[in-house]
Design a protein around this ligand. Structure first.
Ligand code: NAI
Length: 289
């Protein structure tokens, strides 16, 4: 059955020429969305480019009776993001949702990480997420509707050896949607994040084959489609999705301790077990917000 609140909507999926993005594009189109299939068409490390990946997914969608258009711009520049939005407007006249999914890997232990490896990953993931959401933001505000999903990662939530660059970018995207959820609230703009777990070219040599077998991308896509729907209430949330599990992740803050006057470092040390005790912790909120 089609999701009624997705049917006819125009959704941009970045990095949709393969892996998870392809699956998101196929599922959105199967639910009646008109999809912009963006993909730079390069290698896993971000090198190279080509049109074949996006074209193949567009062909698949059309063969199944859906509507899609290809775009080959890079999300890593403001011009690229503007080009993606222009493709949507030229083909379909509007944009209702964005799945910021494009990604690359330049894994290296922190000792071996160089500036180029740091920059390339920030540029595609964090700047890419910023450029694409910033390009649609005025449209979303004007029409009083918008759905945003960014791809984060358990590496961003919890860290992972060799992924300081990637984890920092992925964690930054959660910071982005936290504020977009607040600023978008009055215009029915909902912004959420997915930390997927799926067998793709990105994970093929990272996890054991027996584990990856249980993680087809098809388990993740319906959650993204739901997060694009008109009836969605959810915003500012993060979900870990893969292998059939769909879980919400939230930050909790404990009771901690309260010092009436500035403590000494040894007074802080004396109360450390209370400061770090998470018993009775509640969801955190910004005391300045
Ligand atoms: P993938 O490598 O199959 O897909 C990424 C796609 O992004 C590729 O088709 C690539 O050509 C495209 N792309 C790369 N740079 C681009 C650019 N500058 N502009 C436009 N397109 C570009 O990898 P996968 O696994 O499908 O990853 C999708 C997203 O999910 C990524 O953001 C990734 O970091 C994230 N993710 C994936 C996990 C997994 O288990 N597969 C785990 C956690 C996060």
């Amino acid at each position: 059955m089609k999701m009624p609140g997705v049917d006819g909507r125009v959704v941009i999926v970045t990095g949709a020429g393969g892996g998870l993005g392809r699956e998101y594009a196929l599922d959105l189109a199967a639910n009646g969305a008109r999809v912009v299939v963006n993909d730079l068409g390069g290698a896993r490390d971000g090198s190279g480019a080509g049109s074949a990946m996006a074209d193949e997914v567009v062909a698949e969608i059309r063969e199944a009776g859906g509507e899609a258009v290809a775009n080959y711009d890079s999300v890593a520049t403001a011009e690229g993001a503007a080009g993606i939005v222009a493709t949507a407007l030229d083909a379909f006249g509007s944009v209702h949702g964005v799945v910021s999914n494009a990604g690359i890997l330049r894994d290296a232990s922190f000792a071996k990480l160089d500036d180029a490896g740091w920059d390339a990953v920030q540029q595609v993931h964090l700047y890419g997420g910023y450029y694409v959401t910033h390009a649609v933001w005025p449209l979303f505000r004007e029409q009083g509707f918008g759905r945003i999903v960014v791809a984060t990662s358990t590496s961003g939530l919890y860290g992972n050896f060799g992924q300081a660059n990637y984890g920092a970018a992925k964690s930054g995207l959660i910071g982005l949607i936290n504020t977009l959820a607040i600023e978008g609230a009055k215009n029915d703009i909902k912004a959420n994040a997915i930390a997927p777990l799926a067998a793709t070219r990105m994970t093929e040599d990272i996890a054991p084959a027996e584990f990856l077998e249980k993680l087809p991308p098809a388990f993740v896509a319906p959650v993204v489609t739901h997060l694009m729907s008109e009836e969605l209430e959810e915003t500012g949330s993060v979900f870990v999705v893969g292998g059939g599990q769909v879980q919400r992740v939230q930050q909790f803050q404990n009771k901690g301790v309260t010092f009436a006057t500035p403590p000494t470092a040894s007074e802080v040390a004396d109360r450390w077990s209370e400061i770090t005790d998470m018993a009775g912790a509640t969801p955190g909120r910004n005391p300045l917000g």
